[in-house]
Write a protein that binds this ligand. Structure first.
Ligand code: MN
Length: 331
């Protein structure tokens, strides 16, 4: 049964990741790629099974789900439904090493978990919007790959699942705004191509996408080039009422990004502590937004309150309480 394989893959991965510091090979591009591919194979099998009886979405991280399949290491489940503090995020992917923001799972229509070698994301197939995208950035991801020329359907979702399309954006007045940026994945052409999927974009104004939002993307890469590793999560924020484009794709009122900056370029990185720099930004998705990201800094906690997510969920709660309530003020 496929679910058994998937569960075994989770446990096997969990066994080779040291938390909170990543195992030395966890963040290294080649290793991360191969282990994720093996892991993905399990999930793809699992997906096939899910399509057969789509009526029963399975929550990957409920204790009753896959982690239970094998008598793996003991885990504790927090009240948020996430496994902690043993590191469910790190067990899943180097891109979610600091934790999963919510209970997304393969097959959950409103929070479908997509694990890729290049990033991890949660997609709402009912509302046709990403919820969050999480990725690790270090210099191993930066190179000279050619920027892909077109967006395509994310083939990791079944065709029966809702997904935004190119036609939704055409003549909408909004750009296809990457969450995990194209320029953060320039190590190889396939890695760059992977960012050009409709599960990784939201309708974004030119002023934000090409302006304020872009300045923050530049900052993250600048930090990586300074020898840091940056753990990023980005996503849309919606108001009480939504504007829509095309066949019902919602337009965010703002986009958020959280960047956790730790020392060490590739591989082993230190755990997040109360002195770790954490940047959280909320950029209004308006036609008039302008200027540097620095003017739009907020606390992580305020974004948690706006979205219902728990960022840095695998970081000790006492540390979260410090770094998530502080607003970055570095120049
Ligand atoms: Mn948190």
């Amino acid at each position: 049964m496929e679910a058994v394989d998937a569960g075994a893959a989770v446990v096997a991965d969990a066994g080779r990741v040291t938390f909170p510091a990543l195992a030395d090979d966890a963040g290294r591009k080649s290793d991360a790629g191969s282990s994720t591919i093996a892991f993905d194979a399990g999930w793809l099998d699992f997906d096939a099974g899910m399509e057969a009886d789509a009526g029963t979405p399975v929550s990957a991280f409920d204790a009753g789900g896959r982690l239970d399949v094998d008598a793996g290491p003991p885990v504790s489940v927090s009240d948020a439904g996430l496994v902690s503090p043993t590191g469910a995020g790190a067990a899943l992917s180097a891109h979610t090493a600091l934790g999963l923001p919510d209970t997304s799972a393969v097959g959950a229509l409103d929070r479908w978990l997509l694990v890729k070698p290049q990033f991890v994301l949660s997609y709402d197939t009912l509302r046709k919007t990403p919820r969050w995208v999480s990725w690790r950035l270090d210099t191993s991801w930066l190179g000279t790959a050619t920027r892909a020329s077109s967006f395509r359907r994310d083939a990791q979702l079944p065709t029966t699942a809702g997904q935004a399309r190119d036609e939704d954006f055409r003549n909408s007045g909004f750009e296809r705004g990457h969450l995990c940026p194209s320029a953060d994945r320039t190590n190889t052409d396939p890695d760059n191509d992977a960012t050009f999927v409709f599960t990784n974009v939201v309708p974004q104004t030119r002023a934000s996408n090409g302006g304020t939002w872009a300045t923050l993307e530049d900052e993250a890469r600048a930090q990586a080039r300074l020898g840091k590793t940056v753990f990023l999560v980005a996503g849309p924020v919606f108001g009480v009422t939504s504007q829509f484009i095309g066949a019902g794709v919602p337009v965010p009122t703002a986009t958020f990004k959280i960047a956790v900056i730790v020392d060490g370029p590739v591989g082993l990185v230190p755990p997040v502590t109360t002195s770790t720099r954490v940047i959280a930004v909320l950029v209004p998705n308006t036609t008039s937004v302008s200027g540097s990201w620095r003017s739009f800094r907020v606390s992580v906690r305020s974004i948690e309150q706006a979205t219902g997510f728990d960022f840095l969920a695998d970081v000790p709660r006492a540390v979260q309480d410090v770094v998530e309530t502080r607003v970055d003020a570095e120049p």
